[in-house]
Design a binder for this molecule. Sequence first.
Ligand SMILES: NC(=O)c1ccc[n+]([C@@H]2O[C@H](COP(=O)([O-])OP(=O)(O)OC[C@H]3O[C@@H](n4cnc5c(N)ncnc54)[C@H](O)[C@@H]3O)[C@@H](O)[C@H]2O)c1
Length: 304
Amino acid sequence: MVRVLVTDGMEKSGIEELRAKGFEVVEKFYEPEELGAQLHNFDVLVVRSATKVRQPIIDKAMEAGRLKLVIRGGVGVDNIDVAYAMEKGIKVTNTPNASSASVAELAIGHMFAVTRFINIANVTMRQGKWDKKKYEGIELGGKTLGLVGFGRISKEVAKRAEALGMKVIYTDIIGKAEGFDQYEFCSFEDVLKRSDFVSLHIPLNKEKGAVIGKEEIAMMKDGAYIINCARGGVVCEGALLEALNSGKIAGAGIDVFAEEPTKNEALVNHPNVSVTPHIGASTAEAQTRIGAEIVSIITDFFKA
Ligand SMILES: NC(=O)c1ccc[n+]([C@@H]2O[C@H](COP(=O)([O-])OP(=O)(O)OC[C@H]3O[C@@H](n4cnc5c(N)ncnc54)[C@H](O)[C@@H]3O)[C@@H](O)[C@H]2O)c1
């Protein structure tokens, strides 16, 4: 019988479907020092982001040679040593489409939160304050949204921003996207210079580091906003904090941090920042889609 280990949770309906199809599913989180040995008894490992599948775990698992497939329920596979696993004959895959709409909605949500002070008004009202005069915001309609990266999530953000009456411009290292002429493709520098909101939707390149640092912020409009629902480290937190303090950047919406959980209290507590604890994909709909995608990946993989 094919045995599946789910370490970071998975949608109930997906687990039930796998069991109905004859797979044996065990849901249990193991500490890194224990995980490798446990994997002697499993064909498939399903993780989200909490479980790190690093080289020593892969080596330990491969002593038994049973593990064949690792699935990351979600987009980024930075918690898995993908090349090393593949080298050892383990297939690594993810569920890239399932959460795009959810992340896009959160990015838009952060834009509303910072421009209308929804974040900070929640805090101050709970302290008994009525700071009505302080919270004159701006509308999103009529503003320019610059998207860095124009992949799955970014396209969903663009659609929603367009519906709000925003002008959408974008940049991507692979160039102009076919079939999206309603949005303007431009250089990274132009996105920085022309946007009222810059929203990032790219993976983290660990070697290159932050895409938005001091120099890039200097190129941006005074009073622009930065939204990061991509990966911590894509925006330099130090440079962002400095720009928020000087007023160069009017506000920021942040779902992802260089270190998670973050210890950057100055950034989290900044009045012009809207923060969430990496919940871009945390919706019922995304989790259901992720579960369904995992079921179909496993079923296809073990098809006779
Ligand atoms: N906040 C969350 O919970 C959450 C959830 C899912 C995904 N994400 C993150 O969102 C990001 C985007 O996901 P996606 O599904 O849209 O990915 P995608 O692969 O569909 O799109 C990424 C795009 O960025 C482009 N790109 C890469 N580096 C670039 C750069 N330096 N400048 C310009 N363009 C660049 C790529 O060419 C690609 O078109 C990923 O980093 C992912 O990890 C976050």
